[in-house]
Design a protein around this ligand. Sequence first.
Ligand code: NAG
Length: 140
Amino acid sequence: MRRVTLICWCLAFGYFLINAEGKVYTKCGLVSELTKLNFPRTFIGNWVCLIESESGKNTSKVTNRANGKQGVGIFQIKSKDWCTFSKNGGICNVKCEDMMDENIKDDSECAEKIQDEFGFLAWDGWKRSCKGRSLPLPPC
Ligand SMILES: *[C@@H]1O[C@H](CO)[C@@H](O)[C@H](O)[C@H]1NC(C)=O
């Protein structure tokens, strides 16, 4: 194989690997997952709105935030406050890396803990897009 061809294959495969890490939920896929994870039905509309606003339902979303913090995963859990990189820490006592994979069970436990302590107001995306709206369970 020519070297150029080989490089192209490696890039394509690498891209595939990176992309395969994340998952982007559909709205109804998300409703079904949150139901399975025992989120109270009356709040699922708010959680879906929050997730759409914060991460676009992308489980591997990472964004830079103020004060050198990062928002990680589908709930945009904030590093330093709620999780720490490379070891368990923050309010949720979890690794931020674990908030970026496809498994959203641990993310959900952390998000519910934050909501218990601070309410939905802990999320700027919720304040911006969901606050004050009537958000019933999406019809699926
Ligand atoms: C999901 O987020 C990751 C990390 O920010 C990004 O690389 C990927 O392209 C996103 N996926 C979609 C479909 O937007």
